[in-house]
Ligand binder design. Sequence first.
Ligand SMILES: CC(=O)O[C@H](CC(=O)[O-])C[N+](C)(C)C
Length: 299
Amino acid sequence: MGKKVSPVKDFLAGGFGGACLVFVGHPLDTIKVRLQTMPRPAPGQKPLYAGTWDCAMQTVRKEGFFGLYKGMAAPLTGVSPMFAICFLGFGIGKKLQQKHPTDDLTYLQYWNAGMLSGVFTTVIMTPGERIKCLLQIQADAHTKKYAGPIDCIKQLYREGGIRSIYRGTCATLLRDVPASGMYFMSYEWLQHVLAPEGASRSDLSVGRTLLAGGMAGVFNWCVAIGPDVLKSRLQTAPEGTYPNGVRDVFRHVMKEEGPRALFRGLTPVMLRAFPANAACFMGYEMAMKFLHWLVPDKS
Ligand SMILES: CC(=O)O[C@H](CC(=O)[O-])C[N+](C)(C)C
């Protein structure tokens, strides 16, 4: 039997989980975006970054350790509410498929609920990612166009209105709908299979939650990495570069760089995925426990 959970608790605990994810994961996210969007080297020239380590070292040397935390204000103010909506959407998705609030769900139903949460989060994810990516690729004074997230929103609005702020919506849906299905289904599956004989899914352990949460992040990114490259390219390209959106980016990437380019940034993505999502689910479960203690659910 499952447990009845209030949507308000899902929202609040999800928000706390999101804040934990940003603190742990942002430095590797910066490296990922820089690798994904660095200019192609001219024939015979070396690429700007040789790889993950080189990108991290160059960033720390030129911009100091906090260079890796560049653009974090936007995800902190954006990712926390986004994860709040994400866990709320997942909760709603589960409820929509239950006849009774305590009915157990199949893994396919967890997948469906996860996909619905991916649709919910796009509203906030698309502008959040657009601003974050634009700030993250500002490596030096020459490339610095935006003073910060607010300035970035203002400039985008001035240049192209709401359309510009929401550039990359299809690419974000393409990335997050299947990836969120995978995220929540794999988390629930791992919590079940890792639970010792006789223990139930709700008898949480720290080790199991960290492992299931971390692996859910890894599975999420196995599905998300290709569309993520397309999204980062689209959201950071100068106005008018891709008139047909993500389809144009895909065609351009295939023609110029081949399918390997769809895995650009995979190392920092995977290095970040485990700790960031372990922290996220741990934060979520801890906050949920606290909220249950504070306001017990009526069953
Ligand atoms: C692509 C992304 O944002 O994935 C989230 C996990 C992460 O590593 O940030 C999960 N989710 C898409 C469900 C929000």
